[in-house]
Design a protein around this ligand. Structure first.
Ligand code: PMP
Length: 360
């Protein structure tokens, strides 16, 4: 079987073991004579899958007992609205840190529901960093402080979770399960599965139950966290197959030794690429200050932008897929999520060196 090196930003590479497991039980899940896709979400068989996935996620992330774990739909983008709908709790203002494209989208969505304050922004320096905490202007009356732990397009990551006196809300879409995170410091963490956790279709929300039950009256039932929690994320038909595949991926994470091991591997993979970029004498460039460089997404540019399309074409011919930068940013982007292994990063670093030798 020929498997490509897949650097896609999401949907992204899944562990081969997970795909094989799903393949083996595709037609007949656990002796039912039916595919997981064909059984009711209310059946005991599926409820076991859901319970196991929650238990595994709680174990991997050390989720405190007073947090609800929700498996929702609508992607991380829906959370941009669902968060203010549910977490304003009678307040009218929320703080946001603006560190790149995705926090910008969260900010725009939240403006429909409340007065958004930009507590800190790295827009003036082209999203090359997380602004220094001393520069933030935090509002003690804000309903929450929202930050995007890893900016998937700009390749900027928070070195540590912000300190805040109000509940901390984290878009961890592209970084959840790629390194340890202290859930107890957050009021709410959300992430769509299609980067480090599984396929598209499932969005995980971890929420402190003390923040529930204050949703805006306009909140539809299916977007109400408290109702979702009471219904075990099954108010309506969930994305069963995505949930099941997410469960298999969580099992794989547990088997591989958990988040400390995964974190080290991700640092090693991205470290290889950052070293290759920095050693290229300006042929390749990453614009992010070293302290804020992402261990999930490595965007870079060629000094001669006309060469970027040649780079991408030749990379694909060499089996290196999904390297085109986001449409808003251009350039190249290598996403090195959990299922991308060190050999893939090494193959890309070698390709970059060869390409420079010929074209530099
Ligand atoms: N936040 C971040 C940090 C992301 O990377 C993405 C998707 N790339 C989103 C939100 C939106 O996710 P979705 O496509 O699942 O709505």
């Amino acid at each position: 079987m020929a498997r490509s090196y897949n650097f896609s930003a999401g949907p992204a590479a899944l562990p081969l073991e997970v795909l094989q497991e799903a393949h083996e039980e595709f037609f007949d899940f656990a002796g039912t004579g039916m595919s997981v896709m064909e059984i009711s979400h209310r059946s005991g068989v599926f409820i076991d899958i859901a319970r196991q996935a929650e238990a595994d996620l709680r174990a991997i992330l050390n989720v405190p007992d007073n947090y609800k774990v929700l498996f929702l739909q609508g992607g991380a983008s829906l959370q941009f609205s669902q968060v203010p709908m549910n977490l304003l709790r009678g307040r009218t203002r929320a703080d946001y840190l603006h560190t790149g494209l995705w926090s910008g989208k969260a900010i725009e969505a939240a403006r429909r529901y409340c007065a958004v304050r930009i507590a800190g922004s790295s827009a003036p320096t082209g999203f090359d960093r997380v602004p220094a905490p001393e520069e933030w202007r935090l509002d003690p009356g804000a309903a929450y402080l929202h930050y995007t732990e890893n900016e998937t397009v700009h390749g900027v990551q928070f070195p540590a979770a912000p300190e805040a006196s109000v509940p901390l809300v984290c878009d961890a879409c592209s970084s959840l399960l790629s390194k340890p995170i202290d859930v107890s410091r957050h009021g709410l963490i959300y992430a769509a599965a299609q980067k480090n956790m599984g396929p598209a279709g499932v969005t995980v929300v971890l929420v402190d139950e003390a923040l529930l039950d204050g949703a805006l009256p306009i909140t539809p039932d299916v977007l109400n966290y408290a109702q979702a929690a009471r219904a075990d994320s099954m108010l309506n038909t969930p994305a069963t197959f995505s949930w099941y595949l997410t469960g298999l991926t969580l099992r794989w994470i547990l088997r591989t030794g958990g988040l400390d091991r995964i974190h080290q591997a991700n640092q090693a993979k991205t470290g290889l690429l950052y070293r290759a970029i920095d050693a290229s004498g300006g042929f390749y460039a990453n614009k992010v200050l070293p302290a804020f460089r992402s261990i999930n997404n490595v965007p870079f540019f060629l000094a001669d932008t006309a060469l970027e399309s040649v780079f991408l074409r030749q990379a694909e011919s060499a089996g290196l897929m999904g390297l085109k930068g986001h449409s808003s940013a251009g350039g190249i982007r290598a996403s090195l999520y959990n299922a991308v292994d060190l050999r893939a990063a090494a193959a890309l670093a070698d390709f970059m060196a060869d390409f420079q030798r010929v074209r530099g």
